[in-house]
Ligand binder design. Sequence first.
Ligand code: NAP
Length: 242
Amino acid sequence: MSPRILLLGGTTEALRLARRLGPESIYSLAGLGRVPDDLPCQVRVGGFGGAEGLAAFIREQGIELLLDMTHPYAAQISANAAQAAALSGVACWALRRPGWQAGEGDDWREVDDWSGLVAALHNFRRPFFTLGREPLEHLHEIPPHQYWTVRCLTAQEAVPRAEIIGARGPFALDEERALFARLGTDVLISKNSGSQSTEPKLQVARELGLPVLLLRRPELPAVDREFLQPDALWEALERRLV
Ligand code: NAP
């Protein structure tokens, strides 16, 4: 008998795993991105109402195992998952995808938050933001000497000194090279997601000798089992399924 699993998703790895779950299990999304309609498991969309709400859902649905495969910067839902698992007495397993590591020729600088980022950007003119929607809230604060490019999931009209590109990975190396050239990028800004699908931009920055400002990873809670690779999680799951 397969355990009834609640899979908290929103990442490529989570979607891949959801394709292998049976109809007794549930794939959960916050609802910010695309909702797949071709999965063998059930799909639900939207928040639970904090850790208490998630714990209630786990109990009501008779969930036996909670899987946290959310984005490494989605700290709130990961904290809720650990707390809800403890409240409802089910195990929580998590994929904790390792971050990218700087190599030869990389000039990576870590920043703590938005204000640290703004300070670190001061001497640049053509920053390329690839860390989600946060820069969109600051378009009215663009310093006179800067022109911003913001790439996030959904496009939005350009403003006088910024271009907003709507795009979803994976991104091909050649296309990233062409984009950096067109934009005249002099600094790249990113989260350290560790995702292969968005890694080519780092290679382009390395080739061009550009600095990369990385937003520091949030602390994530300890859970019953943590996996660095999705395959290891799947193997552990298969052993449990038998
Ligand atoms: P979050 O701040 O950890 O979550 C906020 C709330 O959204 C949670 O408290 C929960 O609401 C709900 N939620 C999140 N994931 C859910 C899921 N799988 N199923 C049901 N509800 C869910 O996370 P976030 O708002 O998703 O993202 C935070 C950061 O991570 C952002 O910076 C974002 O850019 C990044 N992120 C990136 C990707 C990506 O693929 N690049 C994907 C996701 C997030 P309730 O408390 O009501 O349950």
